[in-house]
Design a protein around this ligand. Structure first.
Ligand SMILES: *Cc1c(COP(=O)(O)O)cnc(C)c1O
Length: 390
């Protein structure tokens, strides 16, 4: 048995989170902050202009609770154009306050005490938080290291599923590893979901940020999955506007209605001018995202080269914002210690991947570096690391 169980309520120790600690350390030491996944890149100028115009035109009151109609239509059109998924914008699309609200509302709507939420480890921290909120138990399936990447262990997935399993939270492209789940892995997950009658909640906020030959395939497009999948995405990562908190969830009407029943008491609705502007931007996302992918792929390669030149090896990142570095070549085994010492030694801040590990951590020597920064920041970081090469 390789999966680990975590009782709800026994989350990470209270107090300062590693993200707060490292951001504070970056400030205090004047370090280049490659810890947080906050993009330093520009948003599309027309999107910014459209939001300003909407604000000045007085579009500043509550939007409809399900979201601005033009945005729901744009989301449905996006899913059809990019993935061939047909959605009724009136019943199968819900706009949320970021992907985060959609995730929390889905956990609250669909699980409770006695239920299990299954996800892959390491995991984005909203998933254990969602389990804690709903009272469900989080069960994690460790991703296995395979050469220079991470892969699904089918035995570990099978072992994690029990009669109490309700929800499977899939994050592809994956934070923090940069993994894009392969078509074969998606088939395995889909088969397990059908066999165990699970609802799949899929976090696809990095859907447009895939590099090289990798391709993002929403699990909702697999046989038998449309009727049991809630697909979540967000404008934050796609358009470099993480502060706007406009996300969305789509899927069968009954599941979307269940999420809405919770969402209406969380925020009810939010971000009228942002929703209006994103409705327009989403139609042109293909061209925009092609340019953003080029920028981020270049950034990834720059950082990867810098890590290698500094004597650190790293894993493949086919998507997203992050590279996983192996710190053992520097004589470290503990990512937390490494990250606490790095700002003083090199003027660079990173985050120990252990912060994302919910179960037993078999890779405490992984450290996450983000490359969603301006090229100049990355060049600075790479030069600082090079100066330190032991
Ligand atoms: C950034 C991020 C989110 C948060 O999305 P918001 O739209 O800002 O709420 C959700 N999931 C993953 C995997 C992320 O990296």
């Amino acid at each position: 048995m390789r999966q680990q169980r975590q009782d709800s309520g026994t989350g990470r120790a209270a107090g300062t989170s590693i993200f707060t600690e490292m951001t504070e350390l970056a400030r205090a030491t004047g370090s280049v902050n490659l810890g947080q996944g906050v993009p330093e890149l520009d948003a599309p100028p027309t999107l910014l202009a459209d939001v300003s115009a909407a604000v000045l035109a007085g579009h500043n009151q509550y939007p409809p609770a399900f979201g601005f109609p033009a945005l729901r239509e744009a989301i449905a059109a996006h899913q059809r154009a990019h993935y061939g998924l047909d959605l009724d914008p009136a019943a199968e699309v819900l706009v949320t306050s970021g992907a985060t609200e959609a995730l929390a509302a889905a956990c609250l709507a669909l699980t409770g005490a006695g239920d299990e939420i299954v996800t892959f480890d390491p995991a984005y921290d909203a998933y254990p938080a969602g389990a804690r909120l709903s009272g469900a138990r989080l069960v994690t399936v460790p991703l296995a290291i395979d050469g220079d990447g991470f892969q699904l262990d089918p035995d570990a997935l099978r072992a994690a599923l029990t009669p109490a399993s309700r929800l499977l939270v899939l994050n592809s492209p994956h934070n923090p590893t940069g993994k894009v789940f392969t078509p074969d892995e998606l088939v395995l997950i889909a088969e397990a979901a059908c066999e165990h009658d699970l609802t799949v909640v899929t976090d696809e906020v990095y859907e447009h940020l895939v590099y090289d030959g990798a391709r993002h395939v929403p699990i909702a497009t697999l046989p038998g999955m449309r009727e049991r999948t809630l697909t979540i995405s967000s404008a934050g990562k796609t358009f470099n506007v993480t502060g706007w908190k406009v996300g969305w969830v789509s899927g069968p009407a009954a599941l979307v209605a269940a999420v809405m029943s919770v969402k209406q008491w969380l925020t009810y609705a939010s971000g009228t001018p942002y929703q209006e502007a994103i409705a327009t931007a989403l139609g042109g996302v293909a061209d925009w995202a092609a340019g953003l992918r080029e920028t981020l792929r270049g950034n990834r390669d720059l950082l990867a080269g810098g890590l290698r030149a500094a004597g650190l090896s790293h894993f493949r990142a086919d998507a997203g914002y992050f590279l996983q570095a192996d710190i053992r070549p520097w004589g470290f085994h503990d990512g937390l210690r490494f990250c606490r010492e790095l700002p003083e030694r090199a003027g660079v801040v990173a985050i120990p991947t252990s912060a994302f590990q919910q179960g037993v951590d078999t890779t405490p020597w992984l450290v996450r570096f983000s490359f969603c920064r301006r090229e100049a920041s990355l060049r600075d970081a790479v030069a600082r690391l090079a100066a330190l090469t032991p």
